[in-house]
Design a binder for this molecule. Structure first.
Ligand code: ADP
Length: 186
């Protein structure tokens, strides 16, 4: 898919949030976040697209993490290299499966974004892309998820000590893009 649309927001300290509609595997960044599962086993959706485009080395690294740690808890993320992707790292975030919103889903989803941004700072990452974590098969309502994603990223970009200069939300489809555009514009 080609990139079809784009919107930018600049924070008072000069850092940027960029929205694009498109395929996350096509956009060059320092780090790319993935919507993974707690078994780190690979799957469909954006996870499948990232592994297909990145090649087998990413799964080999995840195999090692799984052997050592057993997986990744919901609300957190682990880092690997990016194989053949246009990135240095992939951060595999495990979003919550949405049930009714009263089982800690908001805090777990926020945790995914916070952990990825912390992994980014540890690696001096300047540009990072995110898909809309948990809003596919995990069923998180798009608007509520976008409010959390944008809120966490804005808060992080205000920190004087972050290395992150630009966050790109890559939205799959016009509907998801429009949801983010509305919230970012508020
Ligand atoms: P989850 O299990 O966390 O819900 P999914 O992969 O099912 O993960 O969906 C997460 C989001 O990623 C959905 O909004 C889906 O439309 C989107 N998505 C799927 N493929 C891509 C892609 N290639 N680039 C960016 N976003 C994608």
């Amino acid at each position: 898919m080609i990139v079809m649309d784009r919107m930018e927001w600049t924070s008072p300290n000069g850092r940027r949030i960029v929205l694009v509609e498109g395929d996350i595997t096509r956009i060059a960044v320092d780090a790319m976040a993935n919507a993974a599962n707690s078994a780190l086993a690979g799957g469909g959706g954006v996870d499948g697209a990232i592994h297909r485009a990145g090649g087998p080395t990413i799964m080999r690294e995840l195999d090692a993490i799984r052997a050592a740690a057993g997986g990744c808890p919901t609300g957190s993320a682990v880092a690997t290299g990016a194989g053949e992707l246009l990135a240095r790292y992939v951060f595999h975030a495990v979003g919550p499966i949405y049930r009714d919103g009263r089982r800690g889903e908001p805090e777990l989803l926020a945790g995914c974004y916070r952990k990825c941004l912390a992994l980014a700072d540890e690696r001096a990452v300047r540009t990072i892309s995110f898909p809309a974590i948990s809003t596919g098969v995990y069923g998180y309502p798009q608007k509520a998820a976008a409010e959390i994603a944008i809120g966490e990223v804005r808060r992080h970009l205000e920190r004087p000590d972050t290395t992150v200069e630009q966050v790109i939300f890559v939205l799959f489809g016009k509907g998801a893009y429009e949801v983010y555009r509305e919230i970012l514009g508020e």
